[in-house]
Design a protein around this ligand. Structure first.
Ligand code: IMP
Length: 422
């Protein structure tokens, strides 16, 4: 099948960057379809660690065309910096050749970042714990039909008019809320300068991708965040503002729905950054030990990630919502020396046990665990499933049994080659 979609199964940070990098070697196009620079996709290359936020992870393969689709929200100043950083590392990034940006992708403005911070303050104890990158406000403006699109950066007159109208609207709200008003002149200057740099890459990417499909090119759709952060299917309201699950892959690229392979990425344990329910969260020293062993700190904000046991209820739900054909199990090496626990059901406040993910009161469920014996061996050099310790194999089999999903690949370390294919 020429199209593959890679999505995070829980709340992001599952190691999608490594998997995309691995798959991109055999791919013509790598396409981001949602989110923005709230994402942080980490790749461990022979030259060292690389964290990408907006540029698709296929950029490290010179033959792939990397596309920032229309479903992404783009901070043009950040994108210029990210591209400059890649150039500094000696990487070949050529706008218009191997990096394309949808002219329809919406723009994140400095005002959106300020609005994001302000909204979090107003929410108080109900805060979402956003990345503070202006993601929610930019998507809100898109829905309110007042947003700017990347193509506007190449149309100075239209950009000026749209910015003036937007500033009028925003400043009317910002003033009474005590938020610094928009400086239209300054913003216009910055956006035009960014537009000048990015212009060769700002195109109708939907048309490019539809042509790619007609030419039978191999397309890899790079999900950002995870299914449980999906605006509609996630743990609302503690979600991001985009369609992070597979559903966003078509609307966010302009490719019509078609048959594809969907790969769900999930860690061998669970993590979450930001606020919101997390049924299997560990609040004790075991959680801290997993955080230390897995270096679980956000690659975008540096925040410590909350850690917990594998949640088969949530994984099964996300697998169904995303249409995952199989799982890639990541960070398995991190669990060396830990007991292996997975939640197979939730006890609801009324005493019933369910294997379905409830839409409400997730913070009130009590996970029902099964515990398996752990493994003490270093598995980071294992490349064949049968060479894993018996307890590690039994854990993978238990995950398959309780999620109903096949584990097709296991990652046993951050390096490109630290992979077990089954
Ligand atoms: P926003 O996307 O910045 O609005 O943040 C909304 C929620 O999504 C917060 O809980 C963030 O921590 C979370 N989030 C956004 N992007 C990522 C990501 O790439 N990985 C993990 N969590 C994320």
């Amino acid at each position: 099948m020429p199209t593959t979609c890679v999505v995070g199964i829980l709340w992001g940070d599952e190691g999608k960057g490594k998997v995309i990098d691995y798959l991109a070697a055999d791919t013509d196009f790598v396409v981001r379809f949602g989110g923005g620079h709230n994402a942080g996709h980490t790749l461990v290359l022979p030259s060292g660690k690389l964290v990408l936020h907006l540029v698709p992870s296929g950029i490290v393969h010179p033959h792939t065309v990397n596309v920032i689709g229309n479903g992404v929200v783009v901070d043009p100043l950040h994108l210029c910096d990210e591209v400059a950083g890649l150039h500094e590392r000696g990487m070949q990034v050529e706008l218009g050749r191997n990096l394309l940006i949808s002219e329809r992708a919406h723009v994140i403005l400095a005002a959106h970042r300020r609005q994001d911070e302000w909204a979090e303050k107003v929410r108080g104890s109900g805060r979402i714990g956003t990345t503070g990158r202006g993601i929610g406000p930019a998507y809100s403006d898109r829905c309110a039909r007042v947003g700017l699109r990347m193509g506007d950066l190449c149309r100075p007159e239209a950009l000026k008019n749209a910015l003036t109208a937007l500033a009028e609207q925003k400043n009317a709200l910002f003033g009474p809320a005590g938020i610094e008003p928009l400086d239209c002149e300054q913003m216009l200057k910055e956006l035009l300068a960014a537009g000048e740099k990015l212009k060769p890459g700002i195109v109708d990417t939907g048309a490019v991708l539809r042509q790619a499909r007609r030419d039978d090119k191999r397309v890899l759709l790079e999900g950002a965040q995870g299914c449980l952060l999906d605006l509609e299917h996630g743990t609302y309201p503690f979600v991001t503002s985009s369609h992070a699950s597979t559903g966003g892959a078509f609307s966010g690229t302009g490719m019509p729905p078609h048959e594809m392979k969907t790969v769900g990425i999930v860690k061998a344990y669970a993590t979450r950054v930001g606020e919101g329910p997390f049924p299997t969260e560990l609040h004790d020293e075991v959680g801290e030990k997993i955080r230390a062993a897995g270096n679980e700190y956000g690659s975008t904000t540096g925040r410590p990630r909350r850690c917990g046991w594998f949640d088969a209820v949530a994984v099964r739900y996300s697998g169904e919502v995303s249409g995952a054909d199989e799982l890639v199990l990541t960070c398995f090496d991190v669990l060396r020396g830990f007991p292996l626990k997975l939640a197979t059901g939730y006890r609801l406040p009324n005493g019933d046990v369910t294997t379905a993910l409830p839409a409400f009161d997730l913070e009130r469920v009590e996970p029902q665990f099964v515990e398996l014996p752990g493994f003490d061996e270093d598995i980071s050099a294992v490349r064949v499933f049968d060479d894993l310790p018996a307890n590690a194999k039994a854990y993978v089999q238990a995950i398959e049994e309780h999620t109903g999903l096949r584990v097709g690949t296991i990652s046993v370390g951050p390096g490109r080659d630290q992979v077990i294919q089954r």
